[in-house]
Design a protein around this ligand. Sequence first.
Ligand code: SF4
Length: 366
Amino acid sequence: MLQMNNEEIRKAADFFTQEIAKLAGNRSVRLMEVCGTHTVAIFKAGIRQLLPENVELVSGPGCPVCVTPNNYLDTAIAYSRKSDVMIATFGDMLKVPGSSSTLAAEKAQGADIRIVYSSLEGLELAKRYPNKKVIFLAVGFETTAPTAAAAVLMAEVEKITNFYLLSSHKLVPPALRALLSSGDSKVDGFLLPGHVSAMIGLAPYEFLSKEYNTPAVVAGFEPLDILQSVYMLLRQLDCGVAKVENQYRRIVPKEGNPAACEVLSTVYQAADAQWRGIGHLKKSGLAMQEKYQKFDALLNIPVAVEETKEAKGCQCGNVLRGLVLPAACPLFGKTCKPEHPIGSCMVSIEGTCAAWYKYGAGRWQV
Ligand code: SF4
């Protein structure tokens, strides 16, 4: 698909949009793009405008920054106030609101917070600053969790004793199960995240079709990938079948990446986890295996954390469950903007509210 010239791409896009309209007919179809990268790609390419009005795309809980709960930020902020601690974090996390502060505000007041691009950079900081306890903010899904696990394994081999993870990793399949079992999201099909699927393969999604009769397609991130994936979902709906299909075969092997999964399960085990705005979901996160708990910040570095408070009026939880569009939040575009986010969905470029704010001008009243 990537080797097609512009004319071929245009013809293929025409074909998929026409077929989607035919297959949709008069029925209302609600499809969820689980991944924040899909949300941005859909906006950038104007995919919503290419679809008939009765085919709706809603965003799901697939932006790692968005689903990180308040109390996690409060804990990171409390750690950052300790003089012997250095926080290593992805830049997006700096602006995410905690209950009463942000990491950016703490950094401005002198907290030792370093922006890194990988967990291994966090490990390097621990080597360079042996007098500091370096805490890497380990957030994200099955895509980033193996790299955090690899950093722990390297720290173990190299006998680094001042490197820790504050883990808030999340697992995608349990979140989809929670959405479907709650019954209020009314999703007719899922565009599954390509990056996560490259790690875990197709098998962990089988329950979507088998237990919930809901079609799913692992989708790539090019505009044509997304259009083709929507077409594949509608074809399943039209035939009355539900299965897990793989549109992104050029990147996603059916079995995923067994080596990465092995690293993950060596260091981590599934555990219950808190999702911002969604709540406590069974076996939806990762906790360290006993052997590696010496790298768990919470278990080894005592800290007093303030009581969690949620921002009044914030609809992030409903946005992440696909129940409302960002424009339905009374704070959207008023007090909550990318330069001053009230909720996490307005922080990362992959956040639904941030994407709506950036690309949705003129369409906010949907
Ligand atoms: S507009 Fe802001 S406060 Fe409202 S749901 Fe989005 S991120 Fe949360």
